[in-house]
Design a protein around this ligand. Structure first.
Ligand SMILES: [Zn+2]
Length: 703
């Protein structure tokens, strides 16, 4: 579904790195690390003014219709449906994107604010979930205390880094939560055995979102890199690092080497290759030169013997980098990243520099969000499922679940009927596919059991410590997971989040209460619109189980090839055609969608809408949908779909997302899907010669 538009991309660079695993040209990594003379010159120019606002890159001329331009449906269906909305909605200065999901999130933020203010007024008892929510929110709102405390909460952590004397001590500290490491660590089910948890190891350690930001070329890239280094200098100066300019260069050079070791996500390789499962002995042989025992001991993973290594060669190359690079440079890098990671919870000078680079320069945001909204965001981040618990009690009528369950049941039946009749699938593979559909689990609305936050401490008036405490709490949970069976009932998200999810490792999809609202779902709306809205989202999530990655996992979540050779080849040729279609969508001259990088989501969109359409038809039981306001049921179905994707994204962020987000821009999520569906041609009388027209034999029909 619509990724929450890199919301986290601005909150934590590490999360962004995962989201923005991107596609720089391979030659870039052959470039020598370090600063070019031009960069050094440019940096020297910039240094005296680094505290000023960093200039924005020039805007590009779009190749797509203007916002208010009403096109014919066959010309640009997205503009045909959304031109009025696009013309009338202006991007607020404190937003990166607007659209249906953002509007719902905005509303839920306001509701949560009211709810929290009510909790604060009721003065809940110490130790309760309500008390923790109240205290965290109040600490985030209390700017005066944050200013008065200054760097005091940060300094013990900086001192801990400064006290490191040996590489072994450094390696240990890299394994402690909150301290930066070139190798990221988390706990999740093993793809080889999804009933057992494994330690996942991945590339990490960069300040900017991904390797392309360090290694690609162009004037604009240079200015972005300079802006980043200027932010590094600001932070170093604030924590009292001697010679912050020199130190920033050393940190930057180190990150450039880290970037060279990083890899781009490669969807052309198998999941088995992309997620290598190994024992500790195998890990040590795969990535030698790094004291794995020390790194893992600090996190409490000494007994782990099941590892999943992602990002192909990166982990091995990063492991070599730790002993090869200067200990002092690693320490400087770690000091900067600790302060940067917590900059938003520190005095204004930290938070402003962080905003200037990550929000304004990188993504184009003009103003900070209101303080209350930011504070709601903090509570959502660290006590999200607790907020969700209180929120759905008020905002998710129990009757909704039955309505959604009925739509889900129809979509399952429609998908099963389709699997049964597919002409390109052999019978043996078909049995497996049907079995996977049958075992697919649905999480609708909210979890049955709520997350227990009793172990999480929130300290009154201490935002920094409370956030670090939340980090440690999550870390403890992950550690505990290693000695427990996989909890297949666990939810991937708080219940009020406006998004939807599919997890191939448990073959489960999740539709939180947050997205079960208009315009996606309205119990009083015409069914054609509900199927074009929430039906398409449900179909999309289910289809992820059968997209280019998801199809490599079976019904139990195990990574296993259940495809016959012949059927596999047919799937690949169909998806190749879809890749070619999306490669040709270019919002700006020479700046195009990455068809392979977005394949999984495009399959989800196309299959999701096809199946939602079939399910809606099934739900009519042979009757013809009524004409309402002059529109046929088929028209309303497609209009609702296109409406649910209306949205605007700031150009800076839109371009960054083209480079690495797994979703195509919304315009193509609409136009690129409908033009492959026969029913759309009939509903809007699309003819040869129309821009979106595809001859029937070129329409991709996957599921
Ligand atoms: Zn998706």
């Amino acid at each position: 579904m619509a990724a929450r538009l890199l919301h986290r991309f601005l909150q934590a660079a590490a999360a962004a790195a995962a989201l923005l695993a991107a596609c720089t040209s391979p030659q870039a990594s052959d470039h020598q690390p370090g600063l070019t003379p031009a960069e050094q010159h440019a940096l020297a120019q910039l240094l005296p003014q680094e505290s000023q606002l960093l200039s924005q890159p020039p805007k590009l001329k779009s190749r797509e219709p203007e916002d208010g331009e009403k096109t014919a449906p066959g010309e640009d269906f997205y503009s045909y449906v959304n031109s009025e909305w696009l013309a009338s909605y202006q991007m607020p200065p404190d937003k990166l994107s607007i659209g249906a999901a953002e509007e719902l999130t905005e509303r839920s933020d306001a509701d949560i604010r009211k709810m929290i203010e009510g909790i604060i007024a009721a003065n809940p008892a110490p130790g309760t979930l309500e008390r923790k929510i109240a205290d965290l929110y109040a600490a985030a709102m209390d700017e005066a205390t944050i200013e008065a405390r200054g760097t005091a909460p940060l300094l013990p952590h900086i001192a801990r880094i400064k006290a490191v004397k040996t590489r072994d001590e450094l390696t240990r500290l890299m394994g402690v939560i909150g301290y930066n490491s070139p190798i990221g660590i988390s706990v999740a089910p093993s793809p080889a055995d999804p009933d057992a948890n494994a330690v996942w190891l991945s590339q990490a350690g960069l300040g900017m979102p991904h390797r392309g930001y360090y290694l690609s070329f162009g004037i604009e890239d240079e200015s972005l890199r300079l802006a980043y280094r200027s932010h590094v200098i600001n932070i170093l100066r604030l924590i009292g690092t001697p010679d912050p300019e020199g130190a920033a260069l050393r940190i930057y050079n180190l990150e450039r080497k880290i970037a060279r070791a990083h890899t781009d996500e490669d969807r052309s390789i198998s999941a088995e290759e992309a997620l290598r499962t190994m024992s500790l002995a195998e890990l040590k042989a795969f990535a030698p030169g790094f004291r794995w025992d020390l790194f893992l001991s600090e996190g409490g993973f000494t007994k782990a013997d099941r590892f999943v290594v992602t990002d192909q060669t990166a982990v091995a190359d990063l492991a070599k980098l730790v002993p090869a690079e200067s200990l002092d440079d690693w320490k400087l890098w770690m000091e900067f990243h600790f302060a940067n990671g917590f900059a938003e919870y520190l005095p204004k000078e930290f938070a402003n520099s962080y905003f200037e680079f990550f929000s304004r320069r990188l993504a184009g945001m003009e103003e900070k969000p209101a303080r209350w909204q930011w504070a709601v965001g903090i509570v959502n981040n660290y006590l999200g499922e607790g907020v969700g618990e209180l929120y759905v009690r008020k905002n998710f009528p129990p009757g909704y679940k039955a309505d959604i369950d009925a739509i889900v049941a129809n979509i399952r039946s429609a998908f099963a009927a389709r699997l049964t009749s597919l002409d390109w699938m052999d019978d043996k593979t078909r049995v497996e596919a049907l079995d996977k559909l049958k075992t697919l689990k649905a999480q609708i609305g909210h979890p049955d059991a709520w997350r227990d936050y009793s172990g999480l401490k929130v300290e009154q008036g201490k935002l920094f410590e409370s956030v670090y405490g939340a980090f440690e709490y999550i870390w403890d949970e992950q550690r505990a997971d290693m000695s427990n069976a996989v909890d297949r009932e666990r939810w991937p998200t708080p219940a009020h989040v406006v998004n939807a999810f599919y997890n191939p490792l448990s073959n489960t999809f999740t539709m939180p209460a947050g997205i079960l609202q208009a315009p996606y779902f309205d119990p009083d709306a015409d069914p054609a619109e509900n199927y074009g809205g929430i039906g398409a989202v449900i179909g999309h999530e289910i289809s992820h189980g059968f997209d280019d990655r998801g199809r490599q996992f079976d019904g139990s979540g195990r990574n296993r090839n259940w495809w016959s050779k012949q059927t596999d080849a047919r799937f690949v040729s169909k998806s190749d055609a879809l890749i070619d279609q999306y490669d040709a969508y270019c919002p700006w001259t020479g700046i195009c969608v990455n068809g392979l990088g977005t394949l999984g989501e495009n399959i989800g969109d196309l299959a999701g809408l096809e199946i939602a359409y079939a399910a809606w038809k099934m739900s009519l039981n042979g009757k013809v949908a009524p004409v309402i306001d002059g529109q046929t049921g088929d028209q309303r179905f497609f209009l609702a779909y296109a409406r649910s994707y209306r949205g605007k994204v700031r150009e800076e962020l839109a371009r960054a997302m083209l480079d690495g987000d797994s979703h195509a821009p919304n315009r193509y999520r609409v136009n690129g899907v409908v033009r492959n569906m026969d029913a759309w041609y009939a509903a809007f009388n699309i003819q040869p010669g129309d821009k979106l027209y595809l001859p029937p034999n070129e329409r991709v029909r996957l599921w």
